[in-house]
Design a protein around this ligand. Structure first.
Ligand code: ADP
Ligand code: MG
Length: 258
């Protein structure tokens, strides 16, 4: 519920509180500045695609939003919580946020189903039956239910990444973060993962996706953010960004993608 002070006048539209805000965020690794003055706000239901050259700070920004990296200046909020260095805050935020990495990160010694029911049971305190029911629902949605009793190594990369998405969804996240989810996949498996992400976007999930998949960005993103050397250099709706990038750095970057 919004506080009374932020409630609009009667009859006015209810402004949605942003789900994620970064304001003036700086992050260094020792003397190296990985993020400089990052300011960004993501509304509920919004889909943001982040792109930029390797080393530009994309993963660092995603990890900061998920409370996995401390930052030195500025302020990050997720679902109304101020992300400080306190472990408890990070843990609370990670319960609201699903994260999918380039390298799947499934637990190799657990079956697909066990991968999906672990956190709901131990972090959210669900019963095993309840966790299994939810997991089966999401595994069905990503078309992997038949493989539920297999181990990750028995699945293709594309299938493993679909499991990773299902596993994240089992926690009922309010926000999904993707960090180059298709860049470790063989080309023929990219589409099956992007299709799952596109469905998720259409259902209204708030998403921040680091990806260089332009087709996906054009189809799904409300906004593309271009990063270079730790800064947000440019942001625009996908069509404007891809057809008429403003900065020389974005122009160079896009020329290399084609
Ligand atoms: P991107 O995801 O855009 O490729 P990253 O966010 O991974 O970029 O990295 C941004 C910069 O920060 C890179 O120069 C990288 O070498 C540096 N960096 C990332 N993580 C660490 C770390 N744990 N320690 C030191 N430097 C790091
Ligand atoms: Mg990265």
């Amino acid at each position: 519920m919004p506080s009374p002070a932020s409630r609009p006048a009667l009859g006015g539209p209810m402004p949605a509180e942003p789900l994620v805000t970064l304001s003036g965020v700086h992050k260094s690794f020792g003397a190296f500045k990985a993020l400089s003055d990052i300011t960004l706000s993501v509304a509920p239901g919004e889909k943001v695609v982040v792109c930029g050259p390797s080393g530009s700070g994309k993963s660092t920004m995603i990890r900061c939003i998920n409370g996995l990296e401390p930052y030195q200046q500025g302020k990050i909020t997720v679902a109304g919580r101020y992300l400080t260095e306190e472990e408890e805050v990070g843990r609370a935020v990670r319960q609201e946020v699903g994260m999918v990495f380039q390298s799947f990160n499934l637990f190799p010694h657990l079956t697909i189903l066990e991968n999906c029911i672990l956190a709901p049971q131990w972090v959210q305190g669900k019963s095993r039956d309840e966790a299994v029911e939810t997991a089966r629902r999401y595994l069905k949605r990503v078309d992997i239910l038949e493989q539920a009793d297999k181990y990750p190594i028995q699945l293709s990369g594309g299938q493993q990444q679909r499991v990773a998405i299902a596993r994240a969804l089992c926690m009922a996240p309010r926000l999904m973060l993707f960090d180059e989810p298709t860049s470790a996949l063989d080309p023929e498996m990219v589409k099956e993962v992007l299709d799952v992400m596109t469905d998720l976007a259409r259902e209204g999930m708030t998403m921040i996706c680091v990806t260089h998949e332009m087709g996906f960005a054009q189809a799904v993103a409300d906004r593309v953010i271009f990063m270079d050397r730790g800064r947000i250099v440019e942001q625009a709706p996908p069509r404007a960004f891809f057809t008429a990038p403003q900065s020389a750095r974005a122009q160079e970057f896009l020329a290399q993608l084609l």
